[in-house]
Design a protein around this ligand. Structure first.
Ligand SMILES: Cc1cc2nc3c(=O)[nH]c(=O)nc-3n(C[C@H](O)[C@H](O)[C@H](O)COP(=O)(O)O)c2cc1C
Length: 168
């Protein structure tokens, strides 16, 4: 059974691509946070901004997994208007307090992640063991790949200390 859960929301696939790479590297269970309503099109885009900035909590599908079963919960979010994405806010509020330990990552065009990570700290009531903020350009370049690998090493060290070093 996996000891790490990677939970993420993705609207256009970037956060999802990073989440998949992390889950493969960590042998983790992957959980995609899904909504009950579509966000496609210009109106969907505007709703993203509105909900992110106004700290709204949209309806998400039941996840069916208890994060408290895992040694580490890794949460991934896109950045929306310098804020946490609202579906991840909904997940963190509903499920996050059960987590034993947490780590955060995000993808973004270029800037604005610090407030999102601060909100996650507050919602989950704990400090992350590690964080990673990647730009969209970094996701597939060498610098980004090196940063993802360092993040993976830090998470292995926290959640799987007996394996740390052997898999490096
Ligand atoms: C509504 C909206 C607002 C965004 N605001 C920001 C922002 O403030 N800063 C930034 O760097 N990128 C911003 N972006 C870009 C996304 O964070 C970035 O493309 C991210 O990787 C998308 O992740 P996804 O493909 O998993 O949905 C925004 C994107 C959307 C849709």
């Amino acid at each position: 059974m996996s000891r790490i859960l990677v939970a993420y929301y993705t609207r256009t696939g970037c956060t999802g691509r990073v989440a998949t790479r992390l889950a493969e590297a960590l042998d983790a269970q992957l959980l995609q946070i899904e909504e009950t309503r579509s966000r496609l099109g210009p109106l969907g885009y505007m709703r993203c901004c509105y909900e992110a900035v106004r700290r709204r909590v949209p309806s998400i599908e039941p996840v069916g997994i208890d994060p408290g079963r895992f040694e580490l919960l890794v949460i991934g979010t896109p950045i929306w208007c310098w804020h946490l994405s609202s579906p991840v806010r909904a997940f963190a509020r509903r499920e996050g307090r059960a987590a034993r330990r947490v780590a955060f990552f995000c993808t973004m065009g270029g800037a604005g992640y610090t407030g999102a990570f601060d909100e996650l700290r507050t919602l989950l009531g704990q400090e992350p063991v590690a964080t990673l903020a990647l730009t969209d350009a970094e996701i597939d370049n060498a610098a980004g790949t090196a940063r993802i690998e360092r993040f993976v090493q830090a998470l292995r060290h926290e959640a799987l200390p007996e394996l740390h070093g052997k898999l490096a």
